[in-house]
Design a protein around this ligand. Sequence first.
Ligand SMILES: [Zn+2]
Length: 79
Amino acid sequence: MFVDGCFWHNCPEHGRRTPWTGPNAQLWEEKMRRNAESDLRSTRLAEELGWIVVRVWECQVLRNPNLMAARVLEGPSNC
Ligand SMILES: [Zn+2]
């Protein structure tokens, strides 16, 4: 199970919705793109190794930890 932080993994609800600005804008764009690529790679690698991958957002866990725990127990069909 991966719990993706809303900021670093660009949650649809809490991720950045506007382009980065300032002198480090390009660095931020690249950093966030690398994070997204890494997430995809991690999921694929784990699945290739036979793991069932469940990904949830940080905010989902904070809002309802019991529901997220239940999803892990129930398996990927409910995610
Ligand atoms: Zn979020």
